[in-house]
Design a protein around this ligand. Structure first.
Ligand code: SF4
Length: 355
């Protein structure tokens, strides 16, 4: 049976942090001679990473792989303090594209540790964001992946009245509340941020998906397998009772057989998945009655470029204009001048880089 309608979650796809990081790396690609280096994947999306690779960006897992004096970007997920320090050695030009909301959790981890708290950090072992946050106060932080972990960790905590609970920004809401309930029971004086650490982009996307999941015969979540917020979206859809939940990187992975006889298909995308993939997936679904947008809120958050690029702002536009033969309109055609950063979207910049 053919798909009749697509329920399209809003918001979906790129969040303000990913927008900022992609545009910042695009700036580096346009301004510096290749290769530009990036510590870890700029965002967890294969298509975005591959597109930058084609432009000569080299992704590395250690800063030692980056030659002296080379331009280097640190990814949106945040890096351990010793990585940031090592990156700045040897005359490298370093742009730290960490999302400000991840920085906020880093700051809280340090502050609570300084105040003598044991910090329980709810996150995924080995995920770049978790690794970076744990490194902020390794002596005071314990990683919690499941509610059951609380019991064994509790036995090692000397002062149960000084325990704080922080979280990776991209968790599924249910995973966070399960651990929080368990921790509150164990530690009645538990400290948590007044609003939890799950970021607005994570919660908005999950909320929008919840609205469409129980109206859909199948749900498609677009995003890469190593993207935490994408996996959280798939979990939310399953939790909402969706019969079929597919997580795909893009249209090439969509086999229409997999959605069986679904007539109504819900579609969303993780925070690092480009809108062009959403469009391509919907084109493949070819809904006979079209698309219904289901919006929970408008997102108008904007994160300005990393400080290191902002400091270079005047020279960047001059450099670009010189590179383009002084033609002011040419810069706009190529994705905008630096001063246009707020109005130009990362999707447009990515599309432009492809041409
Ligand atoms: Fe920042 Fe949230 Fe986006 Fe992560 S998902 S980059 S924390 S806005």
């Amino acid at each position: 049976m053919a798909v009749r309608r697509v329920l399209l979650a809003e918001p979906r796809g790129f969040c303000a942090g990913v927008e900022m990081a992609i545009k910042a790396l695009s700036w580096m690609v346009r301004v510096f001679e290749a290769p530009v280096y990036c510590y870890h994947e700029i965002v967890h999306n294969q298509i975005v990473v591959d597109r930058f690779r084609e432009l000569g960006v080299i992704f590395v897992d250690t800063v030692e792989e980056v030659p002296e004096g080379a331009p280097l970007m640190l990814s949106a997920h945040g890096s351990a303090p010793e990585v940031v320090l090592a990156a700045r050695d040897h005359g490298r030009f370093v742009v730290n594209a960490v999302c400000p909301l991840v920085t906020k959790v880093h700051h809280e981890a340090k502050t609570r540790a300084r105040k003598g708290y044991t910090v329980l950090y709810v996150g995924h072992a080995g995920h770049d964001e978790a690794v970076g946050t744990l490194a902020e106060a390794p002596e005071a932080i314990r990683l919690v992946e499941h509610p059951e972990d609380i019991e064994s960790i509790a036995a090692t905590i000397a002062d149960p009245s000084r325990v704080a609970l922080l979280a990776q920004t991209t968790l599924a809401m249910g995973d966070w509340t399960d651990v929080m309930d368990e921790a509150r029971e164990r530690f009645p004086d538990l400290w948590t941020a007044s609003r939890n650490d799950l970021c607005f982009a994570t919660t908005n996307r999950q909320e929008a998906l919840t609205l469409i999941a129980d109206r859909s015969d199948a749900v498609i979540v677009i995003g890469s397998a190593n993207s935490s917020n994408t996996l959280a979206l798939a979990k939310v859809a399953e939790g909402a009772g969706s019969r079929i939940v597919l997580r795909i990187d893009g249209p090439d992975e969509l086999d229409l057989e997999m959605i069986g006889d679904a007539e109504i298909v819900g579609v969303t995308a993780g925070a690092s998945a480009p809108e062009e993939l959403v469009n391509a997936v919907i084109a493949k679904l070819a809904p006979s009655e079209g698309i219904e947008n289901v919006r929970v809120t408008d997102e108008d958050e904007y994160f300005p470029p990393p400080r290191e690029l902002r400091d270079l702002l005047p020279s960047l536009d001059i450099l670009l204009s010189v590179a383009l033969g002084g033609d002011p309109d040419k810069a706009r055609e190529l994705g905008g001048a630096f001063r246009d950063d707020r109005t130009v979207s990362a999707s447009v910049v990515l599309e432009t880089l492809k041409n």
